[in-house]
Structures are given as structure tokens and as C-alpha cells.
Design a protein around this ligand. Structure first.
Ligand SMILES: C[S@@+](CC[C@H](N)C(=O)[O-])C[C@H]1O[C@@H](n2cnc3c(N)ncnc32)[C@H](O)[C@@H]1O
Length: 303
């Protein structure tokens, strides 16, 4: 079961009307989408996901609400061409990034450092690169680079060294094997501050799915698709995604620095967007759903 994060807030900020055309870039198990569908009986929902398992479940859930939707089984980096094939009018776009609870809970998908499984972590089961390839073929320098960049892991060096040393004898096959190597390569004190494999697993997942690059491309495309008065809502779960969103929203909602001192801002440089909200989940939501604790919702509107 997946509990949707910041559900009421995102429904409210999407500013849904009965005939709204909405794009949900991260259908998952349909929590946000099914609730959106309830509020747009005369509108239409386009929902993306690259995970076939999620789509099968979500399809049934959405059909219980209405038939005014289409699920598009592709990476959301293709949002622009896929949406423009279908409509020119988009009133709201939602991103709820990361993995869903069923993806984490299903040991076979290899996302969890608590459950033993082959190292996989692909959100799209047809993709070529898996966690196994990253862990067993990347050089010492490449491993350090992704652990620092995508995991902000301060013990990246010793963890990468331990992986390379282990590989001299055998390949690293499973999630628990990797988690154990990580645990044994960090100082005792560090092991007590949450699971030592958390950041490295996050880093490998981001690398396998190319998450940050893909998100940048898709967010830019989303801003170009949204029509006047429409909103883009983004729920992120870690600082790297949030930084991309914050920077892009700041850029499109402000006058370029070098022109800010001009007495009159030329029309073409006036910002086309305004930032509407930047909210975190309530204490009650975090108590009910600890996965929500690192979430943040940012909302922007085309003026
Ligand atoms: C956090 S879950 C979404 C949960 C959903 N909002 C709900 O309430 O049930 C994120 C979903 O987005 C999908 N996803 C992540 N990155 C994607 C991408 N680049 N393209 C398409 N789907 C993606 C994942 O497969 C996952 O199913």
C-alpha cells in the first residue's frame, strides 16, 4: 500500500475545475491521480509512469472513478512530445518524485537495504543499467563521484574502496551483501546515526534511473506546456531534487539579475511565472506516514 504524500495540499494547489486538463507525471499506484479524477468529471487526466507493475494496479483504481483518463507508459522525460500529441491545453501538472512504497516493499525490485534481493533498482524494468552494473563495473573514482554527488555521503571514499576490494574476490550480487560491505567500511559511531547504507542506496538509485537529469528535462518541459493560469506542483523527497526545482522556479519567476536595476523592465524580460507555495507536510501527516518527513511541495503558476 502506498500512502500519498501531501495529498490535500497538492489537490488544493492544482486549483482543479470540473473541466481541467491535468497531467500527473508520476502515477504510481494512483493515489493522487484517482483523487484528481474525482474532481474533474468533465476534464481529462493524462498520467505517466515507467513502471508496468504500478500501471496495472493504478488502471483499476482509476477506472472505479471514471474513464476520462489515459495512462502513458513512458519516462516522464518524454512529457512534451507525448502531451502535445494529445492536447495543447494543460491546466495543471503534478510531479510526486521518487519511488512508491510498493516498489520499496517488493524485495525483488532491489531498492531496499532491509530486504535481500538481486541488486536491481530499475524503475523501468526494460532499462539496461541496473544497480548490479553500477556496483560491479564502475571504477573507484566513478563510485566516489556518485556517492558524493547523489548521496552526499561523507564516507564515500572508504565505502568505494571497500567495494573495489570485495570485487577482487567476487561480484556483489545482492542488496544485503552490499549493505553489509557499506556497514563494515564506515566508523562505528557513524553506524549509529541511521542505517549507513541509506545514502549510498539513494545514490545508486539516482544513477540507475538518471533521476536528476530526467527531472530537469521534464520540469523545463512542464513549464513550457502549462497554459496561462495553470500550475505546476512538485513534491520532492531529497535536497538534490528540491534544489533543481527551487532554482528553476526562481529563474522563471524573477527578472534577470543584470536587468533588475532598470527603471522599466522590458516586456520580454518580465517573469512569466509566479511562485505560489513552498510547503512541508504537517506534523500529523508525518506521524501517520514517516515517509513524508523529507517531502516538500513547491507550486508555480503561469501568469
Ligand atoms: C512516489 S510514486 C508516486 C505515487 C503516487 N503519486 C500515488 O499517490 O500513488 C512515484 C512514481 O513515479 C514513477 N516515476 C519516477 N520517475 C519516473 C520517470 N522519470 N518517468 C516515469 N515515471 C517515473 C515511479 O515509477 C513511481 O511509480
Amino acid at each position: 500500500m502506498h500512502t500519498s504524500v501531501l495529498l490535500n495540499e497538492s489537490l488544493e494547489y492544482l486549483n482543479l475545475k470540473e473541466d481541467s486538463i491535468i497531467v500527473d507525471c508520476t502515477l504510481g499506484y494512483g493515489g493522487h491521480s484517482s483523487n484528481i479524477l474525482k474532481k474533474i468529471p468533465k476534464g481529462f487526466l493524462y498520467a505517466f509512469d515507467q513502471d508496468k507493475e504500478a500501471i496495472t494496479e493504478a488502471q483499476k483504481k482509476l477506472e472505479e472513478v471514471g474513464l476520462n483518463f489515459e495512462i502513458i507508459n513512458t519516462n516522464f522525460k518524454n512529457i512534451k512530445e507525448e502531451v502535445l500529441k494529445r492536447t495543447k491545453k494543460v491546466d495543471g501538472i503534478l510531479f510526486d518524485l521518487g519511488v512508491s512504497s510498493p516498489q520499496l516493499d517488493n524485495a525483488e525490485r532491489g531498492f531496499s537495504f532491509h530486504k535481500d534481493a538481486p541488486l536491481d533498482m530499475r524503475m523501468n524494468q526494460d532499462d539496461k543499467l541496473s544497480a548490479y552494473d553500477v556496483v560491479n563495473t564502475y571504477s573507484y573514482e566513478q563510485l566516489i563521484d556518485i556517492f558524493y554527488k547523489y548521496g552526499e555521503e561523507k564516507h564515500s571514499g572508504s565505502i568505494a574502496r571497500a567495494i573495489i576490494k570485495y570485487r577482487e574476490n567476487k561480484q556483489i550480487e545482492t542488496t544485503l551483501e552490499l549493505a553489509e560491505i557499506i556497514k563494515n567500511s564506515v566508523p562505528e559511531k557513524y553506524r549509529r546515526q541511521g542505517h549507513p547504507a541509506r545514502k549510498v542506496f539513494q545514490a545508486i538509485r539516482i544513477e540507475v534511473n538518471n533521476e536528476l537529469e530526467v527531472f530537469k528535462v521534464a520540469l523545463e518541459a512542464a513549464l513550457s506546456l502549462i497554459q496561462t493560469g495553470g500550475r505546476v506542483c512538485v513534491i520532492t523527497f531529497h535536497s538534490l531534487e528540491d534544489r533543481i526545482c527551487k532554482q528553476m522556479f526562481n529563474e522563471v519567476s524573477s527578472v534577470p539579475k543584470e536587468l533588475q536595476k532598470l527603471p522599466i523592465i522590458p516586456e520580454e524580460y518580465k517573469p512569466k511565472f509566479k511562485v505560489i507555495a513552498n510547503v512541508s507536510p504537517s506534523k500529523t501527516e508525518i506521524l501517520k506516514n514517516p515517509r513524508a518527513r523529507s517531502a516538500r511541495l513547491r507550486v508555480i503558476e503561469r501568469g
